[in-house]
Design a protein around this ligand. Structure first.
Ligand SMILES: [Zn+2]
Length: 588
């Protein structure tokens, strides 16, 4: 995992930053004894099982097993590359990275950062095009759409002029390679060889990530021709459905309002935002994705959806409802008349009309019921059954019995179906809660049955360096049955031999596999023992591991003997049998 960055440097950085401060910059942490805890940001849960240890500078989730040190948190939570996380924390705590490491760092983090750079250059190029004298057509178009100059600047809108290679020529003159341009999705290869600009004769809407870096582009025609929009393809820095348009600008407003309005497109975001509805984001696609919802959840649990008043908008809203409810989000919906979208609504009726609709948004229940009633005939028995079962699927998403009961009652009243029938049907559905049991260790692990004695010994060794020598006199790494515990023990032994630090947060820099560091973190959050009980526990663990190791060696030998027998290998057989006898003597 460490790559070419010297271990002592990583150790230095880890020694200066505080993981509690870093994690609480993204999610609120609550004090719990010597540790901090919170709901896990990496899996859906209702009771907090994500622990952070200020003493050990590590985190661990007892629900999904996600764990690590400060670097790992940034890599997982902010999707940084390892060198990027190192650079960020180094900067934060004032550790300077030696020059010879910089090219390595640059190379390792390079593709992403080069793509951000190229995208940034492209944005400036398009912006410039829009603000030169010859772009009056585009400026007029934007002003007719109600977009003010300040908004154009804030969103860094631009213009791709007509012509097949304007951007190519500009970026080539700045020594950007065509291969990189292609990876950024800005150019396309020609059949006849060479490349051409992807975006031509269109208004450019740059797409930013949470840290306001340009990750992609949307490009809109200025007339009624089709396709209306062309978008960037997915690139190493741009995954569709992982980003919310405008979130970089609106996230603080969303946190302050503790509520987010979700719309579909660029203009549905920009016009209301410009007019003063600031707690808004655009999903930029059809239905919301789980990743978008998880992003949003860091800021609020209250959502109002306003999608376009057409069939596609309706379908996308219904699909999003179920995921939002599944994620514990309180969701309301503003239905719009056919052909209407938030952008048009604000231009026609003003921002207060939209704000009033948000204020009076329908509950998910009323919205879904209305949609279903418009699709099926409630007077017909089959239509009625269809509506009721669709509603029950959503009601079943709630795992709170009181809420389920409330909604079942409302459904019974709204559809004139006796409540007992509704409850009966609801009872037939399987619970839809996404964390099984909601309690720790319910995820499949590679090898779930690690001998607890092995875990405990690792904990003891990490807590008390002096124990390592004692334990290693009695056991060798190969006595540990699990591949991960064996690996951890062997790395610890090496490091101690070299007089190096084996703090858990530092130790995990040596593991390339996630599950070894996961185990280190897990053991650190196991309950501590008192001085007296510890000594006995250490001896018990050593004894148990010895027995286990002997047993598995006997089994292994037994198999080898069998195979030597069937092959008729007399010489090998004799030596194996001798070995077997020695082992038995030692064992008892
Ligand atoms: Zn988790």
């Amino acid at each position: 995992m460490a790559g070419h960055i010297p271990e002592n440097l990583l150790e230095d950085i880890l020694g200066r930053v505080d993981i509690v401060e870093i994690i609480s910059g993204y999610i609120p942490l609550k004090k719990a004894g010597a540790n901090f805890k919170t709901n896990c940001p990496f899996h859906h849960e209702k009771t907090a099982s994500f622990m952070v240890s200020p003493e050990r500078q590590i985190y661990h989730c007892f629900g999904c097993g996600e764990s690590g040190n400060a670097f790992k948190f940034l890599m997982r939570h902010e999707r940084m590359e390892f060198p990027e996380a190192v650079e960020m924390l180094a900067k934060k705590c004032g550790v300077s990275l030696p020059d010879q490491d910089k090219p390595e760092l640059a190379r390792a983090a390079s593709l992403s950062s080069q793509l951000y750079k190229v995208n940034e250059m492209a944005v400036s190029f398009y912006e410039n095009n829009l603000h030169t004298g010859s772009a009056s057509l585009a400026i007029n178009y934007l002003s007719n759409r109600g977009i003010k100059l300040a908004t154009i600047k804030e969103f860094r809108l631009g213009l791709a002029t007509s012509g097949w290679d304007n951007l190519i020529n500009f970026l080539r003159s700045a020594n950007v390679s065509l291969a990189l341009l292609e990876q950024a999705g800005l150019v396309l290869p020609k059949d006849s060889g060479g490349y051409y600009d992807r975006f031509r004769n269109r208004i450019i809407f740059p797409v930013f990530d949470m840290r306001s870096r340009v990750i992609g582009f949307g490009a809109r025609v200025m007339d009624n021709s089709l396709p209306k929009y062309i978008n960037s393809p997915e690139t190493p820095v741009y995954t569709k459905g992982r980003n919310l348009f405008g979130f970089n600008l609106s996230k603080d407003f969303i946190r302050d309002a503790d509520s987010a309005v979700i719309v579909e497109g660029y203009l549905d975001f920009m016009i209301p935002y410009q007019e003063g509805l600031k707690n808004i984001v655009a999903s930029q696609g059809t239905a919301l994705t789980l990743e978008q919802i998880k992003l949003l959840k860091r800021y609020t649990h209250n959502v109002v959806m306003i999608y376009d008043g057409d069939t596609a908008g309706e379908i996308a809203t219904l699909r999003s409802l179920d995921i939002l409810i599944d994620e514990g989000i309180n969701v309301k919906v503003v239905p719009l008349p056919k052909g209407m979208d938030p952008d048009a609504l604000v231009r026609n009726e003003g921002i207060n009309a939209l704000k009033a609709k948000v204020e009076k948004a329908a509950s998910f229940f009323d919205y879904k019921l209305d949609v279903l009633k418009s699709r099926h005939d409630i007077k017909d028995a089959h239509g009625k059954t269809k509506i009721a079962s669709e509603m029950l699927l959503t009601i079943n998403k709630f795992d709170n019995a009181i809420l389920r009961g409330e909604y079942a009652k409302r459904l019974s009243e709204a559809m004139c179906i006796p409540e007992q029938y509704i409850l009966e049907e609801l009872g037939k559905l399987k619970p839809a809660v996404s964390t099984p049991g909601g309690q720790p260790v319910s995820f499949p692990r590679k090898n779930p049955q690690i001998n607890p004695a092995e875990k405990l010994l690792i904990k003891f060794m990490l807590e008390e360096k002096e124990l390592i020598e004692k334990i290693m006199r009695e056991l060798s790494p190969s006595d540990f049955a699990d591949a991960r515990t064996a690996k951890i023990v062997s790395v610890m032994q090496d490091l101690v031999g070299q007089g190096k630090n084996i703090e858990p947060s530092v130790l995990m820099n040596y593991f390339s596999e996630d599950d070894a560091s996961q185990l280190v973190c897990e053991t650190m959050f196991m309950p501590a023992l008192t001085e007296q009980t510890r000594e006995k526990a250490v001896n018990d663990c050593i004894a148990r591991i010895k027995i286990q190791s002997l047993k598995s060696r006997r089994e292994h030998l037994h198999m080898q003997i069998k195979s030597a027998q069937s092959l008729g290998d007399e010489g090998k057989l004799n030596s194996l049998i001798q070995e077997f006898h020695n082992l038995i003597k030692k064992g008892d």
